[in-house]
Design a protein around this ligand. Structure first.
Ligand code: GDP
Ligand code: MN
Length: 400
């Protein structure tokens, strides 16, 4: 779950990371009150689930409460990166001497955790990372032992920090790590971590993602900070997606879910080891019009496949079905075949004549192929790659 800046900052606050004085507001009046409370120049920041606000006009400054009220009036209600601005964070404007970058996250390559930091934080960190990766310092943190003080020192000196600022930065790194760890975050980022002209080290921005699968055990901890579970999607789920979710939730075995509705004519049952995204892309690349996205894996039972397949086949506008997966090692291909055939037969669809593309392989594939042969389905095996399978599926449903 992606958190708003103000929510991320509540987590940092609970971990003891120094923050600018500030208040969340939703009217210009409140913005002016907040500025008066803060008692000096302020920064006003839109609270939407998007990054890069600074460059898009979502971060503005005001010197007086009157100006804060006026600026807030312009920002509240404005469309911003696909959202409507409903809330602003009004904070003391920090006198910036330096902008640092720091983040705790997971690294795909090592499948481990790490903390990275840079002396060139701020709005251009992505360019820095691309053009000169050596300016991002990294320390790996083991799975069993958290971040150690010597690692915080390594980072801090790696950034060329000295004296009081150096020790303050070390403290922030360790506290950020603790928050990352305690809250089951997949990313906890502070950019910029500001070094002020008077030598304070303060988190000016914060961006935290919580692992969805850990929300069940974070509910209480987050709830105490006023952070509640929500659906991150930009739009509410469609009835089709709600139905699909019910199917997946009804049985804990395996996954046949994460369904997203699209307006196309090609139903998709796709998955296995990242296969969903790759196959979905391959379908689009070949001019296909998906009716849905989904993920299957972890050995879903026949019943789940069958119910999902039935839902997709009945979706208005669906003219064909592509059942395509990576080579399964931990899921039974015959369950997949059985579920698909059962759904078709029940709907009075003849699997032999329906535009069905079946490309799957792995555990129990011979049983799967025997079932498909019995119903006259010309399946594709592992020798047909994703690109070719996707092309075949598109051709079939477009009647080419
Ligand atoms: P983002 O663009 O969505 O990441 O929003 P940030 O909160 O990181 O703000 C973007 C930029 O605005 C920062 O990199 C700073 O340069 C500037 N900024 C944000 N807060 C302050 C502040 O308190 N004082 C000053 N001087 N600049 C700020
Ligand atoms: Mn930022």
């Amino acid at each position: 779950m992606r958190l708003y800046e103000y929510e991320s900052k509540r987590i940092l606050e609970s971990a003891g990371v120094p923050l600018p004085k500030g208040r969340l507001v939703s009217t210009p009046q409140e913005a002016s009150e907040a500025a008066r409370e803060i008692g000096g120049p302020v920064v006003l920041k839109v609270q939407v689930l998007a990054t890069g606000r600074g460059k898009a006009g979502g971060v503005r400054f005001a010197d007086t409460p009157e100006e804060a009220e006026r600026v807030a009036g312009q920002m509240l209600g404005m469309p911003f990166k696909g959202y409507t601005v409903e809330r602003l964070l009004v904070e003391e404007k920090l006198p910036i001497a330096q902008e640092l970058y720091v983040a705790a996250t997971y690294e795909e390559r090592t499948k481990g955790r790490l903390m990275m930091a840079s002396e060139s934080g701020g709005m251009d960190i992505n360019e820095v990372a691309e053009k000169d990766p050596s300016r991002i310092k990294k320390v790996s943190v083991g799975s069993w032992i958290g971040m150690q003080p010597f690692q915080a020192r390594e980072l801090s000196f790696g950034l060329g920090l000295a004296g009081k600022v150096n020790s303050a930065a070390q403290a922030v790194f360790l506290k950020l790590w603790n928050a990352f760890d305690l809250f089951d975050a997949t990313l906890a980022e502070i950019n910029p971590l500001v070094v002020t002209e008077d030598g304070r080290v303060v988190a000016a921005d914060a961006h935290i993602l919580i692992e969805d699968d850990a929300l069940y055990r974070q509910k209480e901890r987050l709830g105490k900070l006023g952070i509640h579970e929500r659906d991150d999607n930009a739009r509410p789920p469609t009835p089709f997606e709600v139905e699909a979710l019910k199917i997946d939730k009804a049985d804990y075995r395996g996954v046949a879910g994460r369904v997203v509705e699209f307006p196309g004519n090609l139903g998709l049952i796709i998955g296995a080891g990242g296969g969903s995204l790759t196959l979905f892309d391959a379908v689009l690349r070949n001019g296909g019009k998906p009716a849905n996205y989904c993920e299957v894996g972890g050995n879903p039972p026949v019943s789940k496949i069958y119910r999902l397949c039935k839902l997709i086949l009945q979706k208005p506008g669906v003219k064909g079905l592509a059942v395509m997966t990576n080579v399964f090692s931990n899921s039974r291909v015959d369950f997949l075949a059985r579920g698909v055939i059962k759904a078709m037969l029940e709907l009075g669809i003849d699997p032999a004549t329906y535009p069905l593309t079946f490309r799957s392989a792995g555990a129990f594939e011979e049983d799967a192929y025997a079932i498909l042969r019995k119903y006259g389905v010309k399946y594709l095996g592992r020798e047909v790659n994703f690109e070719e399978a996707a092309r075949a599926a598109v051709r079939m449903v477009e009647g080419l």
